[in-house]
Design a binder for this molecule. Structure first.
Ligand code: GDP
Ligand code: MN
Length: 375
């Protein structure tokens, strides 16, 4: 789960990371008022759930409240990487003497958290990571062991060179790690971590991703969720308790079990098709889940055929068949469906399908080849 910069900044403050105040508005008039209240030059920043706003014209300085209104109007009219800008953040403009980068993420290969620090932060950090990776200093952290202080001092001394910056950066790294662990993050990034006076560092941007499997433990984080991160179909699927991800292809998929769903998408690609979605109806599927799954898949006008792949263990094939029967009675299914049904109660399931005028196969390869052909 992603959050906006302003939401991340509030968390930074909560965890003791220095960060200028800000106000979020959605009209030029409110931007003017916010700038007037700060009574100093401000920065106007698009709040969208993607990076690279600076390069897309989504970050502008304004000397006066009128200029802030003007810049806000221009930014609110932007679409950045397909996302319309609906809110802007107004904050006092900092004088940036130098831009550093500090970030924490998971290094799955090393089974550790990785700290990344650079004295060449700013909007070109992704390019830097490719062209001059040695300019990004790295250190692993094992949550159970805590931070190796000597190694951290060494790293921060290389990046920040002098006191009191080294001390401030050390405190920020500790606070950032506390945030990362306490809130189950998968990424926290400060870029730029900016030198705003000769001896003061400040977080001028935030990027935080949360592990979706951890948000249930944190009502405060769950409350930050932004609907615009998800497609309408994904939101609907979440509401009815289906695990669903939209994709670009034209073959709708209904599968029981995440692993089988992944394997099914692989097989579709293998035979030259393109899946329209990932959908796991879960273990103990009741007929309503199947009906809801079909409804959501049929919302997508790109879908030309649907593959239903059920390997019944806990899932009962007769439940699935009843769901399909209900669906044919209640909704219009204007595309061909290919059904592969095998496992618990498959004989009963097939009988129900026959009554609904539907045929099914036991062989996955045949079913996938058939659906690819239909699409
Ligand atoms: P991003 O492009 O989406 O990462 O947005 P950032 O918040 O990082 O802003 C991009 C760039 O705008 C920064 O790297 C800064 O150079 C500049 N910028 C952001 N805030 C300020 C500010 O308060 N003062 C000044 N002078 N520049 C800023
Ligand atoms: Mn940034």
């Amino acid at each position: 789960m992603k959050v906006h910069e302003y939401q991340g900044r509030a968390l930074f403050r909560e965890f003791g990371i220095p960060c200028p105040p800000d106000v979020v508005v959605n009209t030029p008039d409110d931007a003017r008022q916010a700038a007037a209240d700060f009574a100093e030059p401000v920065v106007v920043k698009a709040q969208v759930l993607v990076g690279g706003r600076g390069k897309a014209g989504g970050v502008k300085l304004a000397q006066t409240p009128d200029e802030a209104a003007e810049k806000a109007e221009a930014i609110l009219a932007l679409t950045i990487k397909d996302l319309p800008v609906e809110k802007v953040m107004i904050a006092p403009a900092a004088d940036i003497l130098k831009e550093y980068y500090v970030g924490l993420t998971l290094d799955r290969g090393a089974r550790a958290i990785i700290l990344m620090v650079s004295s060449a932060g700013g909007v070109d950090i992704e390019e830097l990571a490719v062209t001059e990776p040695e300019k990004i200093l790295k250190m692993h952290i094992q949550p159970a062991d805590g931070i190796d202080e000597a190694a951290l001092t060494d790293l921060l001394t290389q990046a920040f060179e002098r006191e009191p910056l080294i001390t401030q950066a050390r405190e920020t790294v500790h606070n950032l790690l506390r945030l990362f662990l306490e809130k189950d993050c998968s990424l926290v990034e400060i870029n730029p971590y900016a030198l705003i006076t000769e001896d003061e560092l400040s977080a001028l941007d935030s990027k935080i991703n949360f592990d979706d499997n951890g948000t249930f433990k944190h009502p405060d984080i769950e409350a930050l969720r932004n609907d615009e991160e998800y497609s309408a179909d994904e939101l609907e699927a979440r509401r009815v308790g289906l695990s669903f991800v939209s994709m670009d292809g034209d073959i709708g998929c209904i599968v029981n079990g995440a692993g089988l769903a992944m394997a099914t998408m692989d097989l579709i690609k293998h035979f030259g098709g393109e899946p329209a979605n990932f959908l796991d109806v879960g273990g103990s599927s009741n007929p309503e889940k199947v009906l809801n799954a079909l409804r959501i898949i049929l919302n997508n006008p790109r879908v030309k055929a649907i593959l239903i792949n059920i390997f019944g263990g806990i899932t009962r094939c007769d439940d699935i068949a009843n769901g399909l029967l209900m669906a044919t009675q209640q909704i219009d299914i204007p595309v061909p469906m290919v059904i592969r049904l095998i496992g618990t109660n498959d004989a009963e399931g097939r009988e129900i399908l026959v009554k609904a005028g539907l045929t099914s196969s036991e062989n996955l390869t045949e079913a996938v080849q058939a659906v690819v052909k239909q699409a």
